[in-house]
Design a protein around this ligand. Structure first.
Ligand code: AQP
Length: 344
């Protein structure tokens, strides 16, 4: 890593983010990421992709992958991304992501990747059996961002470490090739109470697509009955809600439900506690279930409507890929010339 202060990036602001097509999207993906996409699209040019290159770092059934990509695209549209405003595309339709990733693999240092906690979590005890792709995943993520010279990346808190790595890689590239400010040092947008939503079964584990228990998460495609039932069955404790967040220390599941309520209602956690302090979960859960159904129910219904017309989703993805490539190709041409490639 370099010591001198990085030269400022003088290009335009740009938002970039994506989600892997590896299973049903859930409330954590929605509150940590999707909800921010639709807000940002009206403020900054926004590029949102479906991360199918990333998905295959773990086994995906080839017969299902395309349908999974369409599902994520439908979720983007159902949560308010407007293809006339934002650029929505599949990662594999823009090969420059993979091309830049190779160059950045040669910039990133092994020691930096060795520190990535998500690899340790996902690879588990048998890391020698994990794919090489899973290990270099954060470098591909850096390429996803830098190929558009994106400046703002809306993600959940779990991605913060990868964003720090992207900044280190960008800074080293700029320094090694003596091109100050060529790549921006992108900023992670993780603010808001939805930055880290926890499992409904275990308040110390992240809500996740790969959790074996479907009761651990609320899926975007769950119908109102399923949503209400999952809230009812969510693990809690017997204590009433306290007046302050400090009072929720050591009560991970209770804290998570308050956080979810706040994020869904667009309130702060303090506002939620001001309303519910002294009430037990017998009173709080039905209110949370009603709120979750009112926000999530229409999203699931809209996704089902959109998925009935896959050709329209494909049309949107094709048009988005064209717009994305028009931006990624010039960056890649510049990178090749900077690196000194024969074909640059
Ligand atoms: N629990 C969460 N709370 C807040 N944000 C979350 N995100 C994921 N889980 C939570 C955010 O959702 C975006 C897309 O995530 P992804 O699908 O690309 O990867 P992920 O983080 O690996 O998601 P999952 O659900 O945990 O999938 P699996 O189980 O396959 O690992 C990201 O912005 C992420 O921060």
């Amino acid at each position: 890593m370099t010591e001198q202060a990085p030269a400022p990036f003088t290009g335009e602001k740009r938002v970039l983010s994506g989600v892997q097509p590896t299973g049903d999207l859930h409330l954590g993906n929605y509150l940590g990421a999707l909800v921010k996409f639709q807000r940002l699209q009206h403020e900054i040019p926004t590029f949102i992709f479906v991360a199918d290159y990333h998905a295959i770092t773990e086994w995906q059934d080839p017969a299902k992958l395309k349908a999974q990509v369409r599902e994520i695209a439908a979720a983007y549209l159902a949560t308010g991304l407007d293809p006339k405003v934002a650029t929505i595309f599949a990662q594999s339709a823009v090969p420059e992501h993979a091309e830049l990733a190779w160059v950045l693999n040669c910039v990133a240092r092994l020691g930096w990747l060795d520190r990535m906690t998500q690899f340790k979590d996902k690879a588990g005890k048998h890391k020698e059996r994990a794919s090489v792709g899973l290990y270099t995943y954060p470098v591909l993520q850096a390429a996803d961002i830098l190929v558009y010279k994106a400046t703002h990346v809306p993600v959940g808190e779990d991605q913060r470490q990868h964003l720090e790595l992207t900044r280190d890689i960008a800074q080293k590239f700029n320094h090694d090739f003596d091109r100050p400010g060529f790549f921006p040092l992108p900023e992670a947008l993780t603010q808001g109470p939805g930055a880290r939503i926890m499992s409904l079964r275990d308040g110390t584990a992240k809500m996740s697509k790969s959790d074996p228990s479907d009761y651990a998460r609320i899926n975007l495609t769950d119908d109102p009955d399923a949503i209400a039932q999952k809230v009812r069955k969510a693990r809690t404790d017997a204590e009433p809600l306290p007046e302050t967040m400090e009072g929720l220390e050591g009560r991970a599941e209770a804290k998570n439900l308050v956080t979810i309520y706040a994020a869904l209602a667009g309130q702060t956690e303090a506002q939620v506690l001001a309303e519910f302090a002294g009430h037990g979960f017998g009173a709080f859960k039905p209110k949370l279930a009603d709120l979750a159904v009112s926000v999530m129910g229409p999203i699931g219904a809209e996704m089902r409507r959109l998925l009935a017309d896959p050709a329209e989703i494909d049309r949107i993805l094709t048009a988005g890929a064209e717009r994305a490539r028009a931006l990624a190709q010039p960056t890649m041409r510049e990178v090749k010339s900077i690196v000194g490639f024969w074909a640059g």
